[in-house]
Design a protein around this ligand. Sequence first.
Ligand code: G1P
Length: 296
Amino acid sequence: MAAVPVKKAVFPVAGLGTRFLPATKAMPKEMLTVVDKPLIQYAVEEAAAAGIEEFIFVTSRGKGVLEDHFDHSPELMAALADKGKDEMAAAIKSWLPAAGQVISVRQPEPLGLGHAVWCARHVVGDAPFAVLLVDDLIHADQPCMAQMTAAYEQVGQNLVLVEEVPAAQTNRYGILDIAEDQGDFVKVKGFVEKPDPKDAPSNLSIIGRYIFQPEIFDFLAAQGKGAGGEIQLTDAMARMLTSQQFHGVRYQGERFDCGDKLGFLQANIALGLSRPEFQGRLREFLDARLKAETVS
Ligand code: G1P
């Protein structure tokens, strides 16, 4: 039977962003800008390119600007029209979701990623859905979620994006226990959230893109605290393995951890260098700068 297509995506955006203070003291971390676009927009555009039609934000207090960013802005449009900036107005319209496509629910307390996803259960209903963690910015020729939905058409059920990490860093990620490594796909027999390197079953880590069957909510519902005292999505996935399959999906592209200051700087440089209007001058600047640093 063909898999039911994925039309809904959940964006857990309730986190405080403490790793990025002071920038995030009064501004959501998801509004941090890489070159000229906030992180949330990269994730929403990536989902839209994969055919997602409902964008479900799990928010918290102080995150209203995320909804505003995807709202229509008549004053801005009128001002751009007055100034003859029609191209700029058209560019904005091209990525704005249509009325009713962005839906927000609140996570009333910061109880963990698993709890955040569970807060979206009434909006997701009985349908397969994607989850995108906005911190993981993935620069790729084929948008990463489209790579996932293509993989989903092949293997169905539940998928996570995966990547090898240095063995010493397993305690920063969800880690796969591998049943069978098939190259592009990895059949999973277990998941562990942030294991110490000495206990890690592999160094294949979960990157922030998932496709789930709706039964994941059953496993999130009755769940206690896991690593870090939080309700972990990874723990629910591990329990669901008794009744459904999970595959890890390797991807083409480059991931930047934009929840981390260094990863964010790297993303700005890499994406800046990928933009024709900046690459020449940015490269000149970087070359000169690096030479000067080497001399001094
Ligand atoms: C979350 C997940 C973890 C995953 C990571 C990917 O952790 O809990 O399993 O590997 O995202 O970015 P967090 O980065 O929120 O601590």
